[in-house]
Design a binder for this molecule. Structure first.
Ligand code: 2AM
Length: 221
């Protein structure tokens, strides 16, 4: 596997089974449809775009396989990537199957993504500093969140936004959810409780987590 090669992948992560990707995508697009019809959302749609008719499904773009990044290596340029790839657990689990539990959907003016609740076993593949590394270092209070809080699947980004933003938006959302500033706007939907976190940020905690099968692997640039 890539873990044994000299060159490191762009990133390691859990890649959702291609057949199950459709399940996740259609769940998300149904959610965007529902969200668009909510009075509470419409009142705040100006936080996404100044256009009168906001189409959320066209607002977000995504290419490539759906996955939950564990370690961003940047071909070895990222700190600690060689050390990560050499771990026994990474080599042993490379190309093995696991079940990912998606427990929430998040929409912000920048990104659309799911939270991933990693199991203790999956957390063994979560790198040191996985929550706080790189641009996440500048999220205030990030060190107070439980390990693995950044784990997510990017489902879409607004024009000109990089996927790395989804994890940062998720950390920020979790800090707001944990804080005292409980949102006044809370809507009970069939899928779960939707809360507004201000500045165009919406968070849906699923009643039932969505469980999908995935392969731990690496992807080259
Ligand atoms: P993502 O995990 O939110 O999807 C290739 O760019 C992959 O690595 C993408 O999946 C991207 O975001 C993730 N990525 C890019 N830069 C990153 C960084 N600095 N830290 C962590 N993940 C990063």
């Amino acid at each position: 596997g890539a873990a044994d090669d000299d060159r490191l992948p762009l990133f390691f992560g859990f890649f959702i089974n291609p057949f199950e990707q459709e399940k996740v995508k259609s769940f998300a697009s149904n959610f965007l449809k529902t969200l668009s019809t909510q009075e509470a959302f419409r009142e705040h749609s100006g936080e996404f775009s100044s256009e009168k008719e906001l189409n959320l499904e066209q607002y977000f773009h995504h290419e490539g396989p759906l996955h939950c990044t564990t370690k961003f290596c940047d071909g070895g340029k990222a700190d600690g990537s060689g050390k990560y790839a050499l771990q026994e657990v990474v080599k042993e689990r490379y190309n093995s199957e696991t079940k990912l539990s998606l427990t929430a959907l998040m929409v912000t003016p920048r990104t659309l993504g799911t939270r991933v609740a990693l199991t203790p076993e999956q957390l063994e593949l979560w790198p040191e500093g996985g929550d706080t590394d790189g641009p996440a270092a500048s999220v205030p209070g990030v060190g107070t969140l439980p390990v693995g809080s950044r784990a997510h699947v990017t489902l879409g980004c607004a024009m000109g936004v990089e996927a790395v933003q989804t994890g940062l938006d998720l950390l920020e959302a979790e800090l707001l959810l944990k804080g005292d500033q409980t949102s006044d706007v809370r809507v009970e939907l069939e899928q779960g409780a939707l809360v507004y976190l201000g500045e165009g940020r919406w968070f849906l905690t699923l009643k039932e987590p969505m469980v999908v099968s995935a392969i731990f692997s690496g992807q080259s640039a």
